[in-house]
Design a protein around this ligand. Structure first.
Ligand code: 5RP
Ligand code: MG
Length: 217
């Protein structure tokens, strides 16, 4: 049986009220619900608690991009109901290991967010430390500065996948981008603005699912 990439919505809303307005419309179409970095900064763990209470059957991700205090921050995320949390790629390996240790005692997981400078040597160390998930990210600001998806991105995603990572892809994704990754077993695609800000967000989420099924089904 073919495994389809999951669809994750990033709730980078600036208030919980607005995040709930977004998720209410599309929640049932989505596999993973992300309390985005922006939402976590605005509302803290209250947002994670609320999303898990409303969608207990869905995977909830706290995108806090932790850089330090891995154990404490992981406890906060998981005890608030997050199934997954993010650690930034420039964090020390000790922070990743500490977060992963908390995850494993609860059947949860850690994703390493790939931003800016990182190397495949570091990625090999993360694998060695037991990290299974990475998020290949085109930053919001990089996108706004005109950075598109290129062959270099596809090669890196492929290489990470070949290393055994479950690779998530994100960063201003629209459905027209998905075919670029069609030869790679992408674990999850994250879309934020292209679903939340669509005229019909439910239809936008369904379109993502349809295109995913077309290329990976
Ligand atoms: C930015 C993020 C966003 O959640 C991610 O980029 C998805 O949102 P969008 O599709 O709107 O770019 O983590 O740092
Ligand atoms: Mg995010």
């Amino acid at each position: 049986m073919k495994i389809l990439p999951k669809l994750q919505i990033a709730l980078d809303n600036t208030s919980l009220e607005s995040a709930l307005d977004s998720i209410r419309v599309v929640g049932e179409e989505i596999d993973v619900i992300e309390a985005g970095t922006i939402l976590c900064v605005a509302e803290g763990m209250k947002a994670v608690k609320c999303l898990k209470a409303l969608y207990p059957q869905k995977i909830v991700l706290a995108d806090i991009k932790a850089a330090d205090a891995g154990s404490l921050l992981a406890k906060m995320c998981y005890d608030s109901g997050a199934d997954w949390m993010t650690v930034i790629c420039c964090a020390p390996i000790a922070t990743m290991e500490a977060a992963l240790k908390e995850a494993k005692t609860r059947n949860c997981d850690v994703q390493i967010e790939l931003y800016g400078d990182w190397t495949f040597e570091q990625a090999a160390e993360w694998r060695e430390a037991g990290i299974e998930q990475v998020v290949y990210h085109r930053g919001r600001d990089a996108q706004a500065a005109g950075q598109g998806w290129g062959a270099e991105d596809i090669d890196k995603v492929k290489k990470l996948s070949d290393m055994g990572f479950k690779v998530t892809v994100t960063g201003g994704l629209v459905t027209e981008d998905l075919h670029l990754f069609k030869d790679i077993p992408v674990y999850t695609f994250i879309a934020g603005r292209s679903i939340r800000n669509a005229k019909d967000p439910k239809e936008a989420a369904r379109e993502f699912k349809k295109v995913i099924a077309e290329y990976w089904g």
